[in-house]
Design a protein around this ligand. Structure first.
Ligand code: ATP
Ligand code: MG
Length: 336
């Protein structure tokens, strides 16, 4: 592809926090979309290691280092291609932290107080200031790259809205600097729910402490089968298309997202079938999808030199774009 052709493509940026074993939710809501649409866009995908520090009680330095390597290997195993996508580690591009500070100073506290993720993640804890200002760092992550689209799961919709508000506020206070991006959210599968509790979003950090909550991309087949077979449904016993409880709906969403079938086709196939049949079928579908990812992961994960090179090349390319935006923002506020 020529440089001009690459530039004609809309730019996307997204990332995943290095907080745990990536789940099938992360795969369906984010990673699979990034990989499938790679040729349509100019792509920037990062590993959010700075965001992983927002809950300090959960930080274990060696675990964080291990996870970062795991995630970059998973990015590659899921089909992200360094020739098509800039893959990088957030902390290797210092512009993120610098623009974050500028945004902390531009973002009203009242906006951050409305963030539902902060409300749910800070419950029962003594939350860090970083957890509270997380969305300002996320705004910096996105706006540094002048991204047009941000492919994310439904839970990040509110943060992308805030990013748009921060961009508009900065642009009107100091002068045109940031492109206002749009979230790119798939219609079905953008909010996979927990298998143990279909009223709560599946989350990789929750999976660290809740057995049976998630399907981890690196889980072994036995664990995956068990989690699916034990998934919470309802008091009924067979799929009834007129009356789907949240747990059964979630299993159907998982099935259709992974098979590529429509809801109608999926319902035609399972209506009247026992929950056990649906679960068994889903387990095999998940394992079929995950097996090639796991085998590629095993091949790549030990190639430390290669993984380091991917991240070093990615950081160089990312910094080029990020630094140009940061310089302009610094000029506009009078820091340059
Ligand atoms: P954590 O529990 O640490 O917040 P997470 O599983 O929510 O982890 P994130 O790193 O916060 O994952 O999000 C990475 C991407 O995956 C985002 O685009 C997010 O919207 C998407 N995502 C997360 N959970 C789900 C889910 N259950 N269904 C669909 N997409 C999801
Ligand atoms: Mg999350």
């Amino acid at each position: 592809m020529t440089d001009a052709a690459a530039q004609a493509k809309p730019r996307v940026l997204s990332g995943i926090t290095a907080t745990g074993n990536l789940t099938i939710g992360n795969y369906i809501g984010a990673l699979s979309v990034w990989a499938e649409e790679q040729d349509r866009y100019e792509n920037f995908f990062f590993i959010a290691d700075l965001h992983a520090l927002t809950i300090p009680e959960a930080i274990k330095a060696d675990d964080l280092r291990r996870r970062i390597r795991e995630i970059v290997a998973l990015y590659l195993a899921c089909g992200l291609d360094p020739a098509k996508s800039v893959l990088f580690l957030q902390s290797r591009v210092p512009a993120h932290a610098m623009l974050n500070w500028i945004f902390d100073c531009v973002t009203p506290v009242s906006w951050l107080e409305r963030m539902t993720q902060y409300k749910s993640k800070s419950q029962g804890a003594n939350p860090s200031a970083g957890l509270f200002t997380y969305p300002a760092l996320m705004a910096a992550d996105i706006l540094l790259y002048q991204a047009q689209f941000v492919p994310v799961g439904d839970d990040q919709r509110q943060h992308v809205e805030l990013t748009r508000d921060v961009a508009n506020r900065f642009n009107s206070m100091f002068g045109e600097c940031f492109r206002v991006p749009d979230a790119l959210i798939r219609k079905s599968g953008a909010r996979i729910m927990g298998l143990d509790d279909p009223t709560a979003k599946m989350s990789k950090s929750k999976a660290e402490t809740h057995e049976g909550h998630a399907i981890g991309l690196l889980d072994d087949p036995k664990k995956i089968r068990k989690a699916i077979m034990r998934a919470v449904t309802d008091a009924g016993s067979a799929v009834d298309r007129e009356n789907l409880s949240p747990g059964v709906d979630n299993l159907l969403v998982l099935h259709e997202a992974l098979s590529g079938a429509t809801r109608e086709e999926t319902l035609d196939r399972f209506d009247g079938n026992g929950y056990g049949t649906l679960k068994k079928d889903l387990a095999e579908l998940v394992l079929d999808k995950i097996a090639p990812i796991q085998s590629r992961f095993k091949e790549i994960h030990g190639e430390i030199g290669y993984l380091e090179k991917v991240l070093a090349d990615g950081a160089e390319k990312a910094a080029e774009v990020a630094d140009a935006t940061l310089n302009r923002a610094m000029e506009l506020v009078g820091l340059r």
